[in-house]
Design a protein around this ligand. Structure first.
Ligand code: SF4
Ligand code: SF4
Ligand code: SF4
Length: 424
């Protein structure tokens, strides 16, 4: 039995393989508050990687409407139910304890329940390494089932306007959840594979399936809690998001050797996505890198949270939670850091507001940022407390330290001359 450290859970946990951290880790932050569900990200991935025969149902990137949507259908409800049953059978509670939240190694407290690995390990008939299930063909049929369907909405033809909504929680609500493989630090797909066909690259933590070793047993499909590996009937092997690794390696001509953001990230119309590479220590934690934008958002501002950290795979996708959705639902999805994250996002600090401008400002990966302070341009009360906005400028640098982007909080305005109504 191996023990690895999962900082998202604030404790060591059981994993079938010993700790083996990559030197750097592919990671991303999504701001749910800004997503418009245009699916440009989804189509960018599909038109690049999954347009061939046998891949018709493969949406390595998908954007689903919560709480009812999911691809495959109800994937998270099903795995949560399995985990819930495992806890009831073991007479255990899946609760979070306080821990020391100031500590880098326990930022959200301590999860005292069982992960998908521990739940499978404690079962009397231990058949699999992780708790899971294989979706049926029917469950893969509709990538955008229940799109834009709100919880709490009441059909009333006589009164088309719903009740006015106010923060902190709307009674009628939905939000979009953007999903791709999390290139987890402790991947369940990798642990599940009896052929050892799945591996995590030491240079960037990207998780790949070796197509020549895979025999299509679909253990990865069953045991990835996020349901991101997909079986291809035409080749009889499984496939998954490859993190557009040629771009991460700097092979795209556009960035001249510098790591570049992936297709789904770079295409995002709503500017909700920022992706990067973070330094990793020997325990799978992030090495302090104060001015890396991802490090700042996840570990300093703590405004971006992992998706279902309780599963135990230590996913490397982080989300700024939606401000209007019910908190218990969000706490189940993103853990106990939700309230503080929403509070921070609602009254952003000068630094946070500046860093948020970096989302989709460059296709080259930003490794470091600097802020040049500007004048105060706006003030108001938020939540009964004064808040000021400054027109700061944030400068982003690539891996080599070269400036690649410079953007200010206030967008510059350009006025079209009156004689050119239809052009600049
Ligand atoms: S999200 Fe699933 S497929 Fe991706 S690395 Fe994690 S366990 Fe594997
Ligand atoms: S990172 Fe690349 S392969 Fe993965 S979902 Fe995005 S576009 Fe597709
Ligand atoms: S491209 Fe961006 S805004 Fe559009 S659906 Fe994808 S994540 Fe949301």
């Amino acid at each position: 039995m191996s023990e690895v450290y999962n900082w998202q859970l604030g404790r060591p946990m059981y994993y079938p393989y010993p700790q083996a951290s990559p030197r750097q880790q592919f990671a991303f932050v999504f701001n749910i508050n800004r997503c418009i569900a245009c699916q440009t990200c989804t189509m960018a991935c599909k038109s690049t990687w999954t347009f061939s025969k046998g891949q018709e149902y493969m949406w390595w990137n998908n954007v689903e409407t919560k709480p009812f949507g999911g691809y495959p259908q109800s994937w998270d409800v099903r795995i949560l139910e399995l985990l819930d049953k495992a806890h009831r059978d073991a007479g255990q509670e899946a609760a979070w304890g306080p821990g020391n939240q100031q500590e880098h190694s326990t930022p959200y407290g301590r999860f005292d329940g069982m992960t998908i690995f521990e739940a499978a390990h404690t079962q009397a008939q231990r058949e699999e390494v992780a708790l899971g299930y294989e979706p049926t063909d029917e469950q893969w049929r509709f990538p955008n089932f229940y799109e834009d369907t709100a919880r709490g909405a009441k059909a009333d033809r006589a009164r088309p306007n719903l009740n006015p909504a106010t923060l902190p929680e709307h009674s009628t609500w939905f939000f979009y959840l953007q999903r791709l493989c999390n290139h987890c630090s402790y991947p369940a797909c990798l642990a599940a594979c009896p052929r050892r066909a799945i591996y995590k690259r030491p240079e960037d933590g990207i998780v790949l399936i070796d197509q020549s070793r895979c025999r299509g047993y679909r253990k990865c499909v069953a045991q990835c809690p996020y349901k991101k590996p997909m079986y291809r009937a035409t080749t009889r092997v499984s496939e998954k998001c490859i993190a557009c690794y040629p771009r991460i390696e700097g092979k795209d001509a556009l960035t001249a050797g510098e790591p570049m953001e992936t297709r789904c990230m770079a295409a995002c119309v709503g500017k909700i996505r920022m992706q990067g590479l973070v330094q990793v220590d020997g325990n799978g934690g992030w090495v302090e890198d104060r001015h890396n934008p991802l490090y700042y958002l996840v570990h300093v501002a703590k405004v971006a949270l992992p998706l279902y950290p309780q599963f135990g795979t230590q996913p490397n996708g982080y989300y700024i939670p939606p401000r209007w959705a019910p908190r218990p639902y969000l706490r189940q999805m993103f853990g106990p850091g939700v309230d503080a994250a929403i509070e921070t996002y609602t009254r952003p600090s000068r630094e946070l507001l500046a860093v948020l401008q970096l989302f989709r400002a460059s296709q080259t990966i930003v490794f470091r940022y600097e802020i040049i302070e500007g004048a105060k341009v706006f003030e108001r009360n938020i939540g009964g407390q004064p808040w000021s906005m400054y027109n700061d400028t944030v400068v982003g640098y690539d891996r080599s330290g070269k400036e690649i982007v410079r953007v200010s909080v206030e967008e510059p305005k350009f006025e079209r001359p009156a004689k050119h109504y239809n052009s600049i």
